[in-house]
Design a protein around this ligand. Structure first.
Ligand SMILES: [Zn+2]
Length: 371
């Protein structure tokens, strides 16, 4: 019950009104308006009565950012993501399950979805990552069905499959096919890791819904681009990781190939999502810092030919759509109050997403990182 106080309406502490903010509506900026946050969600009311008021004159309000490829290491990972405005993180392999469970639904911090343990072959580079989960190796279609059933009962949100160049130690094609089929039987999306053009073909042959990374070695086959587009498959290229991996290995194929592959997918109408492969995993091709890297990824996607509005959608509405997160990705009544208030116009210059003045994660205010 609200009792009016003599000096005016009582302030409700969980109610915040952002006034005179221009809002990115998924395509363009609105005229200055009022956005009210209450109880962790965006309100349909625009009355500022009883609210803590923040004047956002000259600033732009964006939906909280979604990084569609991270690895989690602990609560500090969530804090770091949050401090750069990444309010949702799609984890693409974290174990053990106890660690993962401790990072789910942490009030006021970045909200996660996770693949849990990835399915890998017995001979590829992933099998040599220090501390790789023993149950990650899948050798046959029979084991594929068991692996997926175990992951689903462990509560994963989707299934991650690590494809390698044919003969390079990843799961064979029959096993890949069985992993995807089993995941679909359980109603789970599949996300296939594919960093070479041959692995990309295997992932598409298997029917993977989302393909992450982007070939550094050569152009993706034209047929693969065409069928990806026709079938509504989704790409999470992680250009930040491809750039770091190319730089870390002298004599490795140039980053330019990766960028051209993204350009080709985008031109063909394949949805491209922003993801970084942020990790601090020893043995990974490169360590990528959580949070800050997503802003770099947005810049790389613009350089690859996406418009600034497309890039903002690639980090908000598009991952929400393709991963079935119906309560976020836009600024609308009833959605989670995941928001960034930035200085400068990211539609003119995407690097303005770095100028974060205020962050709300599920309605909780956070201090932006200082760099
Ligand atoms: Zn990864």
């Amino acid at each position: 019950m609200n009792h009016p106080s003599p000096s005016g309406p009582e302030q409700r502490p969980d109610r915040t009104a952002l006034v005179r903010v221009r809002v990115f509506d998924g395509r363009q900026l609105t005229e200055p308006r009022t956005v009210v946050l209450e109880g962790g969600v965006l309100s349909s009311e625009t009355s500022t009565s009883g609210a803590q008021i923040l004047d956002g004159d000259g600033m732009i309000l964006l939906p909280g950012l979604i990084d569609a490829h991270v690895h989690l290491h602990g609560r500090d990972t969530l804090e770091q993501l949050c401090s750069y405005g990444v309010t949702t993180a799609l984890d693409m392999a974290t174990w053990p399950p106890q660690l993962l469970a401790s990072l789910r639904r942490v009030t006021g911090l970045t909200d996660i979805r996770s693949a849990g343990t990835p399915a890998i072959g017995s001979g590829g580079p992933h099998s040599r990552i220090p501390g790789m989960a023993a149950d990650a190796i899948v050798r046959s279609p029979q084991q594929a069905a068991e692996f997926v059933a175990a992951q689903v009962s462990a509560g994963v949100d989707y299934i991650k499959i690590v494809a390698e160049e044919p003969g390079a130690g990843g799961p064979d094609q029959q096993t890949m096919n069985a992993l995807v089929a089993a995941a679909h039987t359980h109603g789970r999306l599949t996300v296939a890791h594919a960093a070479t053009a041959g692995a990309y073909t295997m992932a598409l042959d298997a029917g993977a819904d989302v393909v992450t990374h982007i070939p550094l070695d050569r152009a993706i086959a034209q047929d693969d681009i065409a069928r990806m587009s026709a079938a509504g498959r989704v790409a999470v290229p992680t250009l930040t990781m491809m750039e770091a991996a190319a730089a870390a290995r002298p004599g490795a194929p140039a980053y330019h190939t990766a960028e051209q592959n993204v350009t080709a997918l985008h031109r063909a109408g394949v949805p491209v999502l922003a993801g970084t492969d942020a990790n601090t995993q020893p043995g990974a091709p490169a360590q990528v810092p959580h949070g800050r890297s997503l802003h770099h990824e947005l810049e790389l996607l613009v350089a690859a030919g996406l418009t600034t509005a497309e890039v903002l959608r690639a980090a908000t509405a598009a991952p929400a759509l393709h991963f079935g997160l119906r309560d976020r990705g836009a600024i609308a009544p009833g959605l989670r109050a995941d928001l960034l208030l930035v200085d400068g116009d990211p539609l003119t210059d995407i690097s303005a997403t770095r100028n974060i003045r205020h962050i709300w994660c599920g309605g909780h205010a956070h201090t932006p990182a200082s760099d």
